[in-house]
Ligand binder design. Sequence first.
Ligand code: URA
Length: 228
Amino acid sequence: MRLDKFLCEATSWSRAEAKKAIARGRVAHAGNTITDPGYKLSNDAKIALDGATLALQGPVYIALYKPEGYICATQDEVYPCVLHLIEQAHQQPLHPAGRLDVDTTGLVLLTSDGQWSHRVTSPKKHCHKVYHVELAEPICADAQAQCEAGILLHNETKPTRPAKLDILTPTQVRITLQEGKYHQVKRMFAALNNKVIKLHRASVGPVDLTGLNEGEWRYLTPAEVAAF
Ligand code: URA
């Protein structure tokens, strides 16, 4: 990596600011002042700025309690985006690891690490997502068996993976999915001749919303990050 690029990634500087610091002799490698912004660094190079060693910022992992009316996109003309709720500037762009619909509330994980978000969202990884669902009609008698067996959704060729359905009241259920097809929960209950009127994601894998109010976020702990 070029020295000026390294400086931009390790600080919040623009390329011009990095070049200025280099030109002023503030940057050193192995005890030698470097004045060439294009100086090539190995991956493990130790760079000092004003005598202090710099480190590259690692990837970012965030749990956000999404309120209703926010969209899981980076830009939208109608709705505010979930990223607007995270006021802190991160050097690497964040993306949601699994989206919620605009009218769904609950846990959204955001990260700058594409491989990690793949592990969260890939059906092959069997990461459990728990949803609380309010239904328009009482749940049908064989709903648990159908969810367990897999439901063939409209426009799909394969049934859903086994899902666990807990019936809390005739119109309130908790469903645990291992995958995240487009509008999956709403489409599953539509296939059971019902309609979702409220949807909330309580947890993804080991991460839940404990300690967060609507609109709030926190960094994941290293153990949470490693659990996926
Ligand atoms: N399933 C849905 O239908 N909507 C969501 O937001 C999440 C899962």
